[in-house]
Each structure stands twice: as structure tokens, then as C-alpha cells.
Design a protein around this ligand. Structure first.
Ligand SMILES: [Zn+2]
Length: 463
């Protein structure tokens, strides 16, 4: 679930009306989406003989193409929605009326802000309900991607609303206080405050919020867990924690992610992943997630988001005064520090995010490519990695080569074709070239056995 501040900013990425995922999968988790249905049980000798053969990029199925195009239409609908709804709140004066109700209920300023947010969100959620239900439930079932019961969907939907409403009620007064106290510099202070705020969110989310939606438990397959911990040790990760989550109650798709901060940092594998992928493929996925972890992607993403948010808030600072000046009788407020301005902030944020999201997504794609590289260098399981991506495409109804507009505005990961081709070709160790992340790795006696690699390892550089 998103905080209010990044809520509007990350609509292109996070669960919203246009989201493909059944429940929220925040952008900051650097998710590697993979899937099943490849199903090829290969024996060890068979695998050895085809170890170096490139894995072809499959053509997308007709159903996958339909899912892709209808997904793009829904994305456009979501973008238009994100502009029209806040505009309607503003230009009808409805936002000011909600503020008046909040003043009657809350009385004190801090409570007024909180009550306003809860009322505003409740109305929004009701308005969005048909679209959310279609995207999150009907569509997923229609394409055979979901196992979710209707009652689970409703429970998650209500819990999701309560989490967002509670967070907004608890924290929204902070940026509004800054707006009051520092009318000229609020954009700077708010974007700086976002760093500790997201860190706090990441700290509590894995232990307080995520368990509201699914059950997290230690890994049941102890043999695989041992291999994962051994890989973690090799990647130089101390005291790593790996959890499995019962996503099979929600979806047939397969996924894994890294989340948390400081003491709550962890790698989470969906149980669908564990059930449907071969151990070697799972180890590559875990290696990819370890790459995000070791290379500090979570924290650098937070910094980038803070800077991009600062730019967006500065733009809002520059244009909002003139807009309020011109439409104040319609809006029913005269200053941005009035909580009735929330739809104006969301509207402008939405428009600006269309311009700025490509930067954030480009940075994310760079991270994902480097995490793939890290996973390959760590496991040297090129073929298993490529097959994992093939499974993603086939089971998750992915298309291997999305169009340029989709790449720029929607793709947080490189295309599946690029990833499969990268796995097919990236083997610097075969040419005796240094690996980029070898300095992070510890020598590990099981390395060869673990990866079943049939080449002589060159000496690894140390840093
Ligand atoms: Zn990733």
C-alpha cells in the first residue's frame, strides 16, 4: 500500500485502477515477475548436453496479445480517470464541502485534515469500485490468472482502504503543516521528509501491513532453503531472511520480491513460485533479488523518488498559486495549505507524473538489468534464468517485445525478450573477463555443485 505522497506519483506502477496485479505490489519492492507452465522436467545429463544452447524467445499467444492491448486501454482509462476525478472534486466545489463536513466533525485542525482525508478516500474508493473490481477480479479470472475467491477480494479491498485511510489520517497533517509554516520552501522540505517516511514505511510494511493480506511463513522446503542460504552467504549477505507467502489464494502467477529496511529486510517468494519452478530457476530468481539487496537498490530508489518528487512539488509550487487565484470561487479555498486543496495536489501530481515517470521507470529498468546480471554472475545458471523468463511470458500472458510507448511509460523491467537474450549471452567468465559484481562474492565450496555448471571457473577478482 502506498503512502499518500507517493500514491499519485506512482499510479503507473502500483496497484490502482490500471494495475495488473491482484493486490498491491509497491514499486519499491523491485519485483521480479516470473511464472510457471514451462514444465519441462529435464534430467541432469540431458540438461548438461543442452547447457549452452540459447533459449528461444517464444512468440506471444493470441490471448497474451489480447491481454496486452486491453491492459493498455485500461491504463489509458486509469490516466484519464486520475485527471477527471480530482478535477470534478475541485471545480464543483465538492472538495470544499468535504472540508466543511470535516471541520464540523474534527474541530481541531489536525483532526480536520485526518477526517477530510478519510471522507475523500471513502468517496474515491466508492467511485473507483467498478473499475477496481473489473481490473482486479473479473479480468484476472477471465484470463485464467486468478484463484481468488470473491470474499478474499472484498476483504483485501476493504483492508486496503483502511490501511490507506489510517496512514493518511495519521500523516497527512505533516505536509499541510509544512505548507502553512513555509509557503515558499514547503516543496523542498516535503521532498526531503519523504526519505525517512518511506524508510519508516518499508520498516513496518513487512511486519505490520503485508501480513494483513497474506500469510508469511519460513520456507517449507528445507533443502531449497539451505541452498538459498548458501547462495546468500556466497553473495556476502549476513543473516539473510527468506519467507514464503501464500499468494496461491490470490493468483496463479508467480513472483518474488525484496522488501523491508534495516531489521525487516527480507526476500519473499510466492508459494506459487516454489510450487511451479525448478530449484535452479528459483535460485536464479533469489540471486536476482539478492542483487537488489546487495547493490542497495531500495535505498537509491528512495533517493531518486525524493529528488523527482522535489521537482514535481516545485512545479506545483510554481503553478498552483495562479490556478487558485483564478478559480478560487469555484474551488472554495484561497490557499494551498487548506486541506480542500488535496484534489488539486493530486491532479497536478498526476499530470506531472506522466512527464516524470519515464525517468523513474528508466532507472528501475537499469536496476533490474543489473539485478539480472548479479543473479547470473552469482549462479551462472544462464539457461535456468532464461527458462524462468520464458515461463513468465507463457503463464503470465506476457508479450516479449512491448511497443515503445509501453516501454517508456509502463515498463519497470526490461522486456522479456531482452532479458532472455541477456541470459543467453551474458557469460564473461567463459571468456576469462572479469565479472562486474565478483567483488561482492565470497568463495564458496559448493558453487560448482550448486549450479551444475560444466565450465572451468576462472579466478574471481576480489575487492
Ligand atoms: Zn528485480
Amino acid at each position: 500500500m502506498q503512502s499518500f505522497l507517493i500514491f499519485a506519483f506512482s499510479t503507473a506502477l502500483a496497484a490502482g485502477p490500471g494495475s495488473e496485479s491482484g493486490s498491491a505490489l509497491p514499486w519499491y519492492r523491485g519485483a521480479l515477475v516470473v511464472s510457471m507452465a514451462y514444465g519441462g522436467e529435464q534430467g541432469a545429463s540431458e540438461r548438461a548436453s543442452v547447457e549452452e544452447a540459447p533459449v528461444p524467445v517464444p512468440e506471444p499467444s493470441e490471448q497474451a496479445l489480447r491481454y496486452y492491448w486491453s491492459g493498455n486501454i485500461l491504463w489509458v482509462v486509469g490516466q484519464v480517470w486520475g485527471v477527471l476525478v480530482p478535477a470534478a472534486f475541485l471545480f464543483t466545489g465538492f472538495s470544499a464541502r468535504i472540508r466543511d463536513w470535516a471541520q464540523r466533525i474534527g474541530r481541531k485542525w489536525v483532526f480536520v485534515v485526518g477526517v477530510y482525508f478519510i471522507l475523500f478516500m471513502a468517496i474515491n474508493v466508492v467511485l473507483e469500485l467498478p473499475l477496481s473490481f473489473y481490473v482486479g477480479y473479473i479480468r484476472q479470472h477471465a484470463y485464467g490468472l486468478s484463484n481468488q475467491s470473491l470474499s478474499k477480494w472484498w476483504m483485501d479491498f476493504i483492508k486496503g482502504f483502511l490501511v490507506v485511510a489510517l496512514q493518511g489520517a495519521l500523516f497527512l497533517w505533516v505536509p499541510y503543516l509544512i505548507l502553512r509554516k513555509s509557503p515558499r520552501r514547503w516543496w523542498l522540505y516535503t521532498s526531503l521528509l519523504v526519505v525517512p517516511f518511506i524508510c519508516f514505511q518499508l520498516l513496518i510494511a513487512p511486519v505490520l501491513i503485508d501480513p494483513l493480506f497474506n500469510e508469511f511463513s519460513p520456507m517449507k522446503n528445507q533443502e531449497l532453503e539451505t541452498d538459498i542460504l548458501s547462495l546468500a552467504e556466497q553473495a556476502g549477505i549476513e543473516g539473510s531472511r527468506v519467507f514464503e507467502v501464500d499468494k496461491s489464494v490470490d493468483t496463479k502467477t508467480v513472483n518474488a520480491y525484496v522488501t523491508g529496511f534495516f531489521g525487516t529486510k527480507r526476500i519473499v517468494l510466492w508459494d506459487t513460485t516454489l510450487a511451479k519452478l525448478e530449484p535452479e530457476e528459483i535460485l536464479f530468481i533469489v540471486g536476482h533479488e539478492m542483487g537488489h539487496y546487495v547493490l542497495g537498490h531500495i535505498f537509491s530508489t528512495i533517493l531518486v523518488v525524493s529528488v523527482v518528487l522535489g521537482v514535481a512539488l516545485y512545479c506545483i509550487y510554481r503553478v498552483s498559486g495562479a490556478l487558485i487565484e483564478r478559480y478560487q470561487t469555484r474551488f472554495g479555498f484561497t490557499v494551498l495549505s487548506d486541506v480542500a486543496s488535496l484534489p488539486l495536489l493530486l491532479l497536478l501530481m498526476h499530470v506531472l507524473s506522466l512527464a516524470l515517470i519515464p525517468l523513474v521507470l528508466g532507472y528501475s529498468r537499469y536496476h533490474e538489468r543489473e539485478a539480472d546480471r548479479f543473479g547470473l554472475e552469482l549462479t551462472r545458471s544462464n539457461r535456468a534464468a532464461a527458462i524462468a523468463f520464458v515461463k513468465l511470458q507463457e503463464e503470465n500472458l506476457g508479450v516479449p517485445r512491448p511497443g515503445p510507448l509501453v516501454r517508456i511509460w509502463r515498463s519497470s523491467h526490461p522486456s522479456l525478450a531482452e532479458r532472455i537474450e541477456f541470459c543467453n549471452t551474458y557469460r564473461p567468465w567463459l571468456k576469462g573477463e572479469p565479472s562486474r559484481y565478483g567483488r561482492y562474492f565470497r568463495d564458496h565450496k559448493d558453487h560448482k555443485d550448486l549450479n551444475d555448471i560444466k565450465v572451468v571457473h576462472p579466478v574471481r577478482e576480489r575487492g
